[in-house]
Design a protein. Structure first.
Length: 236
């Protein structure tokens, strides 16, 4: 098995078999199961509803609930890791293919992931701030270059560095580039409400944006694979 983006831990033996079981589901069945899964990912406190929906899915599709729970546990392996490491939709797709899921189903799941990314990111940050005391937040916010004349504006991205208190120590948490951010201003409002001290100036043009947009108190670096890029130095 190739290297995964979502985890460096050994993958349980059952995962390969569960992926093969998923491959046997029809497109409509997989779509329905994915819908149930994303309802749970975006509202993880609704455990009872999630279990009830799984039970209903099992009954409707004549699948035993026990094996279905194992399949769902394996299916959650990638999104759980993706939330922790801020993986892109392409990385999510690649991990599912590595685990044995068909390209068609992996692509479908990654598209759903891309659509749900703003909601999932808000929840992940909220959980971080609930568990740990936020000391500081630094961010970068802008628009990438358009790839063609038809897409001159490009993609909106957001990069974050959260400094949180864990016991007697502080820890830096990096949330990587989110070029799929479809609700940037609402998302930015949520971040400000969580304790950020200043809003950065957003610079934009129709053709290109140079993303020198760290907030004035920021010393955070650009992020590459969820880590500060090598050789970076703060702006004076």
């Amino acid at each position: 098995m190739g290297r995964l983006h979502c985890t460096q831990d050994p993958v349980p033996e059952a995962v390969g078999g569960d992926m093969q079981q998923l491959n046997q589901l029809g497109a409509q069945q997989f779509s329905a199961l994915t819908e149930v899964l994303f309802h749970f990912l975006t509202e993880p406190k609704e455990v009872e509803r999630f279990l009830a929906q799984l039970s209903e899915f099992a009954t409707t599709n004549q699948i035993s609930l026990g094996p279905l729970r194992s399949i769902v546990k394996s299916l959650l392996l990638v999104p759980n890791g993706a939330l922790k490491k801020s993986l892109t939709a392409d990385q999510v797709r690649a991990d599912f293919i590595t685990l044995g899921l068909s390209e068609e189903k992996a692509t479908y799941f990654s598209e759903k992931w891309k659509q749900s990314a703003p909601t999932l990111a808000r929840w992940a940050i909220g959980q971080t701030l609930m568990i740990n005391q936020l000391i500081d937040m630094e961010w970068k916010f802008g628009v990438t270059s358009g790839s063609s004349e038809l897409e001159k504006v490009g993609s909106i991205f957001l990069q974050l560095k959260l400094v949180v208190q864990k016991g007697n120590q502080t820890e830096n948490l990096y949330i990587g580039e989110s070029e799929f951010l479809s609700e940037p201003f609402h998302f930015f409002h949520v971040l400000l409400s969580q304790g950020a001290r200043e809003a950065p100036q957003i610079i934009s043009s129709r053709k290109k944006v140079i993303p020198e947009l760290w907030s004035s108190h920021s010393t955070a670096s650009p992020l590459v694979n969820n880590k500060p890029s090598a050789g970076w130095r703060p702006h004076s």
